[in-house]
Design a protein around this ligand. Structure first.
Ligand code: HEC
Ligand code: HEC
Length: 224
């Protein structure tokens, strides 16, 4: 009981610190979001309410991401099964305009923190439908993944709070996203309405060939 109170207080402190000092390390920001999600999930009644409210809000998303977070368009990411902290973090990035996509920016900026938490919890608890791809491509993707990606995104691509889940993701979205990270390193022209920066992923994508990207997407899209 005492411990719970302590962690609650700690979460609030982190939130206050985050708003006071934008220069706090990324890990601290992720820690803060993690506490918010954990608190909502630990109480069964609060969790049920989050799922209900999240499902309602998700109507706004279904046209692109599907009712159950399995996207209905190739270049739109699946949200089902994604880590809730990662989802919450990305919605926050759209809301602040740090990540740019016209629809996502306008939707996200009108949401309250509660809306964002509920949406993240709702989508994270849906099941993603993997789509097996060409076996030979997937097999070489698997080898490359083990060498270059597994350390952050995990053994089966399930990700963590900080590192996105990649398993079962749409192959076209994976290719597009990796190409966009790589384009920054190459100094290629970027559309201003499509900004996504990640120093880590930019340096990793810089070392990927078109063929590397193709096989990685084939492997990851088929992973459950
Ligand atoms: C008109 C289509 C459309 C609608 C409606 C839409 N999205 Fe998106 N969403 C996208 C696209 C496209 C992207 C990928 C943008 C990019 O390439 O960076 C995206 C990305 C995301 C991401 C980042 C996922 C990741 O893997 O990084 C989240 C989270 C998200 N959307 C949540 C939502 C939520 C929640 C709603 C409803 C409130 C919603 N979206 C409605 C098109 C849409
Ligand atoms: C050192 C850690 C690290 C390694 C290694 C790494 N990633 Fe990432 N990856 C990240 C982080 C952090 C993000 C989230 C970036 C953000 O916040 O937008 C990410 C995001 C991504 C995304 C976007 C996911 C989404 O839903 O939009 C893709 C795709 C991706 N990584 C693929 C890969 C692949 C493929 C490899 C191996 C070639 C790899 N990553 C290796 C840290 C890593």
């Amino acid at each position: 009981m005492m411990y719970r109170k302590l962690t609650r207080g700690f979460g609030l402190l982190i939130l206050l610190a985050m708003s006071a000092s934008p220069s706090l390390a990324m890990e601290d920001e992720i820690q803060g979001l993690m506490l918010i999600i954990e608190q909502r999930l630990e109480d069964p009644a609060a969790r049920q309410e989050a799922m209900r409210a999240g499902r309602n809000r998700a109507l706004l998303c279904s046209y692109c991401h599907g009712n159950d977070g399995n996207s209905v368009k190739p270049d739109v990411p699946n949200l089902a099964g994604q880590n809730p902290v990662y989802l919450l973090d990305q919605i926050g990035k759209f809301a602040r305009g740090e990540r740019k996509n016209f629809v996502m920016n306008s939707l996200a900026k009108d949401f309250t923190l509660d809306d964002k938490v509920n949406l993240a919890i709702y989508f994270a608890r849906q099941t993603v439908k993997a789509r097996p791809q060409d076996e030979a491509l997937a097999a070489s993707g698997k080898r490359l993944y083990a060498q270059r990606c597994v350390g952050c995104h995990g053994e089966r691509g399930h990700g963590t709070a900080e590192y996105a889940r990649l398993a079962g993701q749409r192959p076209a979205y994976l290719r597009l996203t990796l190409e966009r990270f790589r384009a920054y390193d190459r100094g290629e022209q970027q559309a201003a309405e499509n900004v996504r920066r990640s120093p880590i992923m930019e340096s990793i994508a810089a070392r990927l060939s078109d063929e590397n990207i193709e096989v990685l997407a084939a492997y990851l899209a088929g992973l459950e």
